[in-house]
Each structure stands twice: as structure tokens, then as C-alpha cells.
Ligand binder design. Structure first.
Ligand SMILES: Nc1ncnc2c1ncn2[C@@H]1O[C@H](COP(=O)(O)OS(=O)(=O)O)[C@@H](OP(=O)(O)O)[C@H]1O
Ligand SMILES: Nc1ncnc2c1ncn2[C@@H]1O[C@H](COP(=O)(O)OP(=O)(O)O)[C@@H](O)[C@H]1O
Length: 207
């Protein structure tokens, strides 16, 4: 009898319809596109552009966006380090379920700690975790400041804001990094196409 986590006497229940069948049905392979970067780096924008471009190609995606997941599943979590870690752990586990469902799961979360991202990578089969780094300098993110949060953080009205008084650890070995060219970034559509080319090359857009 297997045990798991804190509960004992837990046995995995298999279904006759499995991931291979679902992927065949969807004509794609399940994977996680994990978009990490500072607030304002363009994570959500890329997630939406990618979702739209893949939808146009008949591919099923689902976005797990940090802001949105914090409205529900993770509404009990703050931005202190252990809560950010728990936020990422739960999102990683949900993403794992989407991969098993055969869905292309697009995650757009700051996920500032390397260890937490690597733990999510380890949850899914090799190759299925595609880490995309929005390599945008804080100066650009701060100049954008669409929600006015950098301004509040600089004024000391938000404590522990990523990049200001809380750390961001950039990836060391990500699958894709998207830095700006000079002073401007590629358009969201161009970035989405870069990710889609990667998916094509690795065979994720076919069963
Ligand atoms: N202290 C602090 N630090 C960073 N971000 C903050 C903070 N407080 C609120 N916000 C807003 O929350 C959004 C980030 O949520 P995430 O779940 O992606 O963050 S984390 O991965 O748990 O670090 C983030 O959204 P994005 O701007 O889309 O990244 C912010 O709008
Ligand atoms: N490729 C891009 N080029 C220029 N501006 C962008 C780009 N991507 C996003 N933006 C703008 O930057 C701001 C932050 O984008 P957003 O996707 O909300 O970032 P994040 O989810 O990382 O906080 C928004 O005002 C958005 O319109």
C-alpha cells in the first residue's frame, strides 16, 4: 500500500483513457510554457498572444496567470517568501495536471526563486517544461508601470516588491530568453511566434 504526502493508505487509481489517448484526440502534446520575469516585463501579454496564436492553429491552451490564480486557488497567500514558494508549488501541480490532460499550459507568474521554478520543472516529464525568461531590465518595467506598483514600492507603500526590495533570480538554463533589442522589445506577436517555432521544432503541435 503506497503512502503519499501526509496521508497514508493512498493508492493511485488508473483510468483506461490516458494521456496518449487525450493527446491523440487533441492532436498536440501536453507541456508547460513557464513565463517568468519581473512585474511589467510582459508575461501576461505574451501569455495572451501565445494563447491567441495557438487557438488560431486549433491548439488547446490554458493560461495560469499569477494575478488571476491569486483571485481564487491562491487567495490565501501573501508575497512573503514562503507564500510565494507555495504559490508556485500549487501552480506547478496544477500545470502538471494540464500536461497530463494533453493541454499546452501557459503559466505567467513572476516566480522569482530559481529553486521553486526548478521544483516545478521536476514535476513533469523531461522536455515538457519550457521556461521562457522575459529578460527585460527593471528600468523598462518600471517605466511601463501599468498598475502603478513600482511607484508605490519606491514610495515605501508596498514592502517586499520584486526587483525593488525583494529578489528576482534569473534562470540559468532556460529554454528561451526574450531580451529587448536596444531600447525596444519585440512585439508580443513576434515573441509568440518565437515560442511557437520552438514548440513546432520539438513536436508539441502534433500528437
Ligand atoms: N510585493 C509584490 N511583489 C511582486 N508583485 C506583486 C507584489 N504585490 C502585488 N504584486 C502583484 O502581484 C502579481 C504577481 O503575482 P505572482 O503570483 O506572479 O507573484 S509570485 O510568483 O508569487 O512572486 C504582480 O503581477 P504582474 O505585474 O503581472 O507580474 C503584481 O501586480
Ligand atoms: N512586447 C512588448 N512591447 C512593449 N510593451 C509591452 C510588451 N509586452 C507588454 N507590454 C506592456 O508592458 C506592460 C506590462 O505588461 P504585462 O503583460 O502586464 O506584464 P507582466 O504580466 O509581466 O506584469 C503593459 O502595459 C503592456 O502593454
Amino acid at each position: 500500500m503506497a503512502t503519499n504526502g501526509k496521508a497514508g493508505n493512498i493508492v493511485w487509481h488508473k483510468s483506461s483513457v490516458d494521456k496518449v489517448h487525450r493527446q491523440e484526440l487533441l492532436q498536440q502534446k501536453g507541456c508547460v510554457i513557464w513565463i517568468t520575469g519581473l512585474s511589467g516585463s510582459g508575461k501576461s501579454t505574451l501569455a495572451c498572444a501565445l494563447c491567441h496564436a495557438l487557438y488560431s492553429k486549433g491548439k488547446l491552451t490554458y493560461i495560469l496567470d499569477g494575478d488571476n490564480v491569486r483571485h481564487g486557488l491562491n487567495r490565501d497567500l501573501t508575497f512573503k517568501a514562503e507564500d510565494r514558494a507555495e504559490n508556485i508549488r500549487r501552480i506547478g501541480e496544477v500545470a502538471k495536471l494540464f500536461v497530463d490532460a494533453g493541454v499546452i499550459c501557459i503559466v505567467s507568474v513572476i516566480s522569482p526563486y530559481r529553486r521553486d521554478r526548478d521544483a516545478c520543472r521536476a514535476l513533469v516529464p523531461d522536455g515538457d517544461f519550457i521556461e521562457v525568461f522575459m529578460d527585460v531590465p527593471i528600468e523598462i518595467c518600471e517605466a511601463r508601470d501599468p498598475k502603478g506598483l513600482y511607484k508605490l514600492a519606491r514610495a515605501g507603500k508596498i514592502k517586499g516588491f520584486t526587483g525593488i526590495d525583494d529578489p528576482y533570480e534569473p534562470p540559468l538554463n532556460c529554454e528561451l530568453a526574450l531580451p529587448p533589442k536596444g531600447n525596444s522589445c519585440a512585439s508580443p506577436c513576434e515573441m509568440a511566434e518565437t515560442v511557437i517555432s520552438y514548440l513546432e521544432e520539438k513536436g508539441y503541435l502534433h500528437a
